[in-house]
Design a protein around this ligand. Structure first.
Ligand code: G4P
Length: 280
């Protein structure tokens, strides 16, 4: 297992985040748009009580748009401000600033009414490994990194990155640990690359994925591999599918591991289409 989150690690990560959020106005909680539930952290709400949050669903380009819409509606129904972005092409990234202002509207107005000078919004990013924290930081910064130095009153030196005159970002994101208690969550994390797939048996991952695709995205699966297996007793036979796969794609020596790697990589790289694994 590549990420081992023992209680000690969790407590350390938690304390580091608690320390850092003291100096920010808003926390950007990153979730993978394909797995908003599985990529969330069970303790995030407790850690961020009384802190303004903006949920940012990353990898918009890889998720099923209709499911993503449902997630957006869900978060809004819970009064959780949220935004979906593609940090690679930059879609919606500029909206982060606008939404941050909205989330902090009351505070900004209060400060102004007290005669305080407008200062840049201070933000930090948190999320589980591989959710896209560094990619979003780079996209926000647009490679014109400006360090604006340390803030007075902060015991540990914090580097701030000035995104523009209105926003400053803590340079190191907070790394959260993923949930491990639930088997399906583990499978979703492995399939999307949030945890190494050696954590779970490849065969288990592939069979789960094939069944899921067959049920929810049958055309994507058929278009990609052109394999049509008839269901017997309403049960989709994964063994029959991979046997057919090995034959059709001339995989030598009946190397099923090779077949599993192809399917897993195709999925991870979006070659089977825009697919969401978590549903509201
Ligand atoms: P982290 O800091 O949270 O650990 O994640 P990081 O930014 O390193 O991103 C993890 C992977 O997710 C990277 O791919 C990155 O390119 C990809 N990624 C991040 N945001 C988006 C997005 O909005 N859309 C898409 N399609 N991909 C995104 P990688 O394959 O691990 O690295 P690389 O080979 O692309 O450099």
């Amino acid at each position: 297992m590549s990420i081992q989150w023992f209680p000690g690690h969790m407590a350390k990560a938690r304390n580091e985040i608690i320390e850092k959020i003291k100096v920010v106005d808003i926390v950007y909680v990153l979730l993978d748009a394909r797995i908003p539930y599985s990529s969330s952290n069970p303790m995030i709400n407790e850690i961020l009580t009384n802190k303004k949050k903006l949920y940012i669903l990353t990898k918009l380009d890889m998720a099923d748009h209709s499911v993503t819409k449902e997630w957006e509606n869900y978060f809004r129904s819970q009064n959780i401000p949220c935004l979906v972005v593609d940090s690679i092409s930059g879609i919606n990234v500029k909206k982060i600033e606008i939404l941050s202002r909205e989330v902090l509207k009351e505070k900004i107005e209060r400060d102004l009414s007290k005669g305080m000078k407008m200062r840049p919004i201070r933000a930090m990013i948190v999320g589980i490994p591989n959710v896209g924290k560094s990619t979003l930081i780079n996209r926000l910064v647009n490679k014109k990194v400006t360090n604006v130095g340390n803030k007075p009153g902060v015991t540990k030196a914090q580097q701030w990155i000035r995104i523009n005159q209105n926003i400053e970002l803590l340079d190191t994101p907070g790394v959260l640990w993923p949930k491990f208690e639930d088997e399906t969550v583990g499978i979703h994390l492995a399939l999307t690359g949030a945890i190494k797939d050696e954590v779970l048996k490849k065969e288990e991952l592939v069979f789960y994925l094939l069944k899921y695709l067959r049920k929810n995205y049958p055309n994507n699966l058929l278009d990609k591999y052109q394999i049509d297996i008839k269901e017997s007793n309403e049960e989709f036979d994964c063994i029959e599918y991979v046997t057919e796969f090995v034959k059709k794609y001339h995989i030598k020596n009946d190397d099923y591991d090779r077949c599993y790697d192809i399917i897993l990589n195709d999925f991870k790289n979006g070659r089977i289409g825009k697919i969401s694994l978590d549903r509201v």
